[in-house]
Write a protein that binds this ligand. Structure first.
Ligand code: KG4
Ligand code: ZN
Length: 413
């Protein structure tokens, strides 16, 4: 459709008005809606964002350390801390400037304080406590996984309770979200998280040397290469087939993959650190096994929820989030399970699945609305590197020992 020039000009002026109006003190929206600044530094992203109460993002800024950590072969906490220290002030300043919001207009500051890398959490928390004291603003400490779980509600109305699968570089958990700060933990990883496994497999395969993968995270590199791979050329056993609970384990799979890589290196007569000819097939088989493992544990969690009336009978929902949730193949695997069990599957877009300041600000909005966990600026808060989410129900899930009817995991590439 073509637009008349005059109509286009009017639209342009309206859009200009909308963007200048955002966040300005005299603007109805900013004046009537409470504003929250969110700050994230739990791992390797320095993020900040200002949101209004409706979930409108007024301004955001994100500094990713990904490329630095790719070069050093993983996150070195002291390096992460230094990069947060160098960037936090600028990132927060940018988010405020882009929103056209002055600190005096904020209703609260929300910051990730758990779980995460101690050195990284410390930078965000110290900055935030100084900031709230300086501007005399309430402080809302945020649980990073609670924020991942609630992000979807910023984008569309999703009523509690819903089931959530959170998969990232640091976490793997299944929980029922019953309220903003009310979770039932059904499953968690017993060793490492799927993103960590994919990052380590990518490193072992030296994918950083692959022309298409030099700036991609391990998970992204595996997803890209798997598209041209034949997953049937390597057969890895899906973990925990004989354990009838909803917990996860990925270390054994990583071991299987490493052994396969070593065998291939010997066959091809090449040294570790050289790209194998079969990287696409190994990527495809690894991704498939991760996807199948996540799908099976989630299937059992859905059956447990159904047996115990933990989800509503009308539009029961599974929310998939966290960095690994941006993987399209994994999304398809989960959609096979939700289709078979009558749930709707919701995944935030990739940019909201990985760590960012927006999700923290949104969690602040949710808590502000309900008046939960809002502290005066003077209260001293400590960060917690380890912090479980919700009430631990993993023993009850295990005791239920639910057997799965087999669902064919024919996942299209
Ligand atoms: O949520 P996130 O940004 O940070 C943590 O809290 O860990 O997740 C980062 C993780 C990394 O391990 C990365 O390899 C993985 O998410 N990841 C992916 C994809 N994109 C990022 N894993 C699989 N497929 C992807 N497309
Ligand atoms: Zn995360």
């Amino acid at each position: 459709m073509t637009m008349l020039p005059s109509k286009a000009r009017v639209l342009h002026r309206l859009l200009q008005f909308r963007s200048t109006c955002f966040g300005s003190p005299s603007c109805g929206k900013a004046a009537s809606s409470r504003l929250v600044l969110g700050i994230e530094t739990s791992c390797d992203e320095t993020g900040a964002a200002v949101l209004d109460e409706t979930g409108e993002i007024l301004g955001e800024s994100l500094h990713s350390q990904k490329v630095v950590h790719l070069r050093t072969g993983g996150v070195i906490p002291m390096v992460a801390q230094q990069l947060h220290r160098e960037n936090i002030e600028r990132v927060v300043q940018e988010a405020l400037e882009r929103s056209n919001v002055d600190p005096s207009q904020l209703s609260a500051v929300a910051t990730t304080v758990k779980p995460g890398l101690a050195l990284s959490l410390g930078i965000g928390l110290k900055f935030s406590q100084k900031f709230v004291r300086q501007h005399n603003k309430p402080f809302i400490p945020i649980h990073h996984m609670e924020a991942h779980a609630l992000t979807v509600r910023m984008l569309q109305p999703v009523a509690f309770p819903f089931l959530v699968l959170l998969v990232s570089g640091g976490h793997s958990l299944l929980a029922v979200a019953r309220g903003v700060d009310d979770f039932l933990l059904l499953g968690r990883t017993l060793d490492e998280a799927p993103g960590d496994t994919l990052d380590k497999v990518a490193r072992r395969l030296s994918l950083i040397k692959h022309p298409q993968c030099s700036t991609l995270s391990g998970g992204q590199a595996i997803e890209l290469l798997a598209k041209d791979g034949d997953r049937t050329r390597f057969r890895f056993t899906t973990p925990m087939g004989q354990t009838y609970d909803c917990c996860f384990s990925f270390a054994g799979l990583r071991n299987q993959v490493t052994m396969a890589i070593m065998k291939k290196e010997a066959e091809e007569g090449i040294e570790q650190g050289t790209l194998l000819s079969c990287v696409n097939d190994i990527a495809a088989a690894t991704q498939h096994t991760v996807a199948t493992h996540l799908a099976k544990r989630t299937h059992r969690a859905i059956l447990f929820c159904k047996a115990n009336g933990l989800l509503p009978s009308s539009s029961p929902t599974l929310v998939l989030s966290g960095g690994v949730a941006s993987n399209q193949y994994i999304r398809k695997a989960l959609s096979i399970i939700t289709e078979a069990t009558g749930l709707q599957l919701l995944c935030p877009p990739a940019k909201f699945c990985t760590d960012n300041g927006v999700m923290i600000a949104w969690n602040g909005v949710e808590r502000l609305r309900e008046g939960k966990g809002i502290l005066p600026p003077s209260v001293d808060v400590c960060y917690e590197p380890k912090a479980p989410l919700g009430v631990d129900m993993t023993a009850e899930v295990k005791a239920a020992a639910i057997r799965l009817q087999s669902i064919r995991m024919k996942i299209p590439n």
